[in-house]
Design a protein around this ligand. Structure first.
Ligand SMILES: Cc1ncc(COP(=O)(O)O)c(C=O)c1O
Length: 524
């Protein structure tokens, strides 16, 4: 029996349990499924999409719980036979693992026939699933329900400065909320932070609106200029682009790289064109690629020499603490202090919120910038409102207490989100790996996975998914004006569906990718 060997591998060493010498995914899967099946029928789980290392970890954990299982010779033989069956099945399906571009017309036609059948079956299931918006799932929302118990009719509603949060006042937010948000944004001094209401997007909208009507620190209001332009790293966040489009600002697409926007282009536009007034940035776990700007990128941003004195970087730090892995996370350089060091203290407007920490649309949102920018913002705020919802601010600070409390809460989110990301990535790897019909990002945090289909296929894939009952973000949405020049980017949002729905949605997605890609190649 080749899978048994006296040379112990790590699984065997740590568990005393026999383990295959070549710890292939297939072996481990079969062993695990078999043992789980034998031990506890209800714990059967489809594990085909777990990565090998996770599979090993899972086995170790599983065996720690259910004791080491001694398998009899007969049982080992059964596992071996099953393994052979899987191996043969893979060989038989070898044609589908071949890169699509290497297939001849006959192979493509027969593959299309098979995929058409699978699609008809999938359609018949009457799915009604949504992988379009980056919303927290039910489990995440339920997990946070105890925040509702923090305040009641007996609560002392005064904040740490003794101010009554039930009344008007404290325009820039209660001090403990300013501290909490300053920690969340990487340790910015709390006096540089203003805590608003429930939505960071609405602060961004207000900020742009104010620049259009009143200008920035005494410069000409944008509405009086013939040309106002914004740089838009893409793929990016569709709602950023919607704001700039609404105000008639010309959007210039800047390609994204894993280290952030193409900085050569950014520097060129910003230093040469005084009509360029801003750039949208999601610097950590970017929407949708999950990329984090490198230190070099942040420093190049801080050192920009804008031709327009009212140029600002719109730094939407929405996912600053949204790591999926405790021991493998991206780090982002704090930009306000970098700008100050580079002699550009006023060049950044930073935004963030707790929308994906507590409740979406019912968290607290913050703006951070230089002292001068904060002072200017306050002048406008005082016309607009007599104070935001400080009771919600109090609820949040009493719930989290401090940065450590926030961190512990985010670890609970990560425990829910990690398997969802891994499930989708596993299905993408398993079903599309090696076929040459798509590429995808593997983020360490945030809310999205970005998929690059073959050129000219994204719209058709999204339409096919919809036809069979799975809603994806509209193709093109991740680009200015909703126009993806290559028609290839699709944003995948794995957070909202439950595990079962997510698997069904991802399986359908990969089927649609295959089908549309085959059709594209046949039409070429
Ligand atoms: C990059 C980014 N910024 C802002 C938001 C919205 O934040 P808020 O709920 O604070 O308005 C989202 C929501 O998906 C987002 O992805």
């Amino acid at each position: 029996m080749t899978m048994l060997n006296s040379d112990k591998n790590p699984v065997e060493k740590s568990t005393g349990f026999f383990a295959p010498t070549e710890a292939t995914l297939c072996d481990l899967q079969v062993v695990l499924l078999y043992t789980m099946n034998r031990k506890r029928k209800d714990s059967q789980k489809k594990l085909s999409h777990l990565h090998t290392c996770e599979m090993e970890k899972f086995i170790v954990e599983y065996l720690a719980v259910y004791d080491c299982i001694q398998l009899s010779r007969k049982e080992l033989d059964t596992i071996y036979i099953r393994r052979l069956q899987i191996h043969r099945l893979r060989e038989r399906n070898g044609v589908t693992m071949k890169a699509y571009r290497e297939m001849n017309r006959e192979e493509l036609l027969s593959l299309k026939e098979e995929l058409d059948k699978q699609f008809a079956d999938a359609k018949g299931k009457g799915l009604k699933l949504d992988m379009s918006r980056g919303k927290p799932g039910l489990e995440q929302l339920d997990m946070t329900m105890d925040i509702m118990d923090v305040l009641d009719s007996k609560t002392d509603m005064r904040n740490e400065e003794g101010a009554d949060t039930r009344n008007y006042g404290l325009m820039t937010g209660i001090s403990e909320a300013r501290h909490l948000m300053s920690d969340m944004m990487g340790g910015i001094p709390a006096e540089n932070v203003i805590v608003y209401g429930n939505s960071s997007l609405s602060i961004m909208y207000d900020t742009i609106s104010r620049c259009v009507t009143h200008g920035v620190m005494g410069s000409t209001p944008w509405c009086k200029l013939d040309h106002v332009k914004f740089l838009c790293p893409a793929p990016g966040y569709d709602r950023h682009f919607a704001i700039t489009e609404l105000f008639g600002i010309e959007m210039i697409t800047i390609p994204m790289t894993p280290a952030g926007p193409d900085m050569d282009l950014v520097e060129k536009y910003v230093s040469e064109d005084p009509a360029v007034k801003g750039i949208w940035c999601v610097p950590k776990y970017s929407n949708p690629q999950g990329y984090t700007y490198s230190d070099e990128t942040v420093r190049r941003f801080a050192a920009l020499k804008p031709a327009a004195k009212d140029f600002r970087i719109y730094w939407d730090n929405a996912y600053s603490i949204h790591d999926l892995y405790d021991d493998n996370k991206d780090e982002l350089l704090e930009i306000l202090s970098e700008c100050e060091k580079a002699g550009n203290p006023d060049m950044v407007y930073e935004f963030s919120s707790l929308s994906k920490v507590t409740f979406s649309g019912a968290g607290i949102a913050a703006f951070a910038s230089s002292k001068a920018n904060v002072e200017e913002t306050k002048k406008f705020m005082s016309i607009m409102t007599i104070g935001y919802d400080k009771i919600n601010q109090l609820r949040h600070v009493r719930y989290f207490k401090n940065a450590e409390g926030l961190k512990a809460h985010m670890q609970k989110h990560a425990a829910i989100l990690r398997p969802k990301f891994e499930a989708v990535l596993g299905i993408l790897d398993k079903e599309l790996g090696g076929l040459g019909i798509g590429e995808w990002t593997k983020p360490l945090g945030g809310y999205f996975i970005s998929f690059e289909a073959m050129e000219g296929c994204a719209k058709a894939i999204v339409a096919k998914c919809r036809e069979a009952g799975v809603v994806m973000t509209g193709a093109g949405a991740t680009f200015p004006y909703g126009k993806d020049p290559k028609d290839s980017n699709i944003r995948i949002a794995p957070t909202f569906p439950n595990a079962q729905e997510l698997e069904a949605a991802a399986e359908l997605f990969v089927l649609c990718v295959k089908l549309v890609s085959v059709e594209k190649l046949l039409a070429a």
